[in-house]
Write a protein that binds this ligand. Sequence first.
Ligand code: 8YV
Length: 326
Amino acid sequence: MAGTPPSRRPRVVVTRRLPDPVERRARELFEVSCNASDEPFSVVQLHAALDSADGLIATVTDRLDRSALTSAPRRAVIVANFGVGFNHIDVAAAADAGIVVTNTPGVLTDDTADLAIGLMLMVARRAGEGERLLRSGTWTGWRPTQLLGTRVTGATLGIVGMGRIGQAVARRARSGFGMRVVYYQPNPVDLGDLDAGECASLTELLECSDVVSLHCPATPATRHLIDADALAHMGDGAILINTSRGDVVDEAALAAALAAGRIRGAGLDVYEDEPQVHPALCALENVVLLPHLGSATDAGRTAMGMCAIDNLVAFFAGEEPPNRIV
Ligand code: 8YV
């Protein structure tokens, strides 16, 4: 369909509720069918959307695997993902099926970096424990030795995956907290004036970092990158932060390491099997658990929606979508 603008308005299925300005703009441009219930589509609903629409605005809750993308009769020719991560989409299958896939890089960088820093502070300063203590009604008042945490100022932050978000976290840590930043990034990356030291291996980074923050994409190569062996290389006062994808961390191994005091704490925004969270993690005090809020600001989610629409507009006008993956 690219290169041949359809004579009618393209049909677009929006798989989840999006911010009002985004839905309004989508309706102005396309013949839109929105998911009014805002529950994740079932497999049947997702397949029906792919059969009936020219394009989808999809989210992380849509499992677009090979069978979804390649079973006939698929009508959809583009999936505009609402989000930068696209591990829920089999892009090789999409390419085989001639379906274009786009994402929304850049617009959520600052919000996600802010949340990673927020999680780091929450874990280091034991904010979750403090809040639970207060709300339980059992706080008996200030004590000099109460809930003593970890000082992040001047500590070493190790960033795994020094892409846009990793770099944004590094800048915040450097300028806001005077942290020393090291990173592990297999492919060469241009850091501009960012002051950060490269580690030759993940092990080297884990061994020298007080805080480890994950910003790599979820791929077969990064699945369970942080497993029991990796956790064993972290210091016993170290903290793990994950705002990337749940698959990067072996949750059972992390829960065991936290329970044993192998590392000091963890802050998680993403999980291996969302919305399930490993029950052992929920039982621990030294982990902060957030419900995948990385990009969750009004401005961020609106910009993501507008970006997804821009990709659809370009595609349906026969142009190259600005954020094409395949
Ligand atoms: C999104 C994210 O909210 O962009 C991403 O990769 O993880 C989140 O910021 C999510 O993907 C929505 O589809």
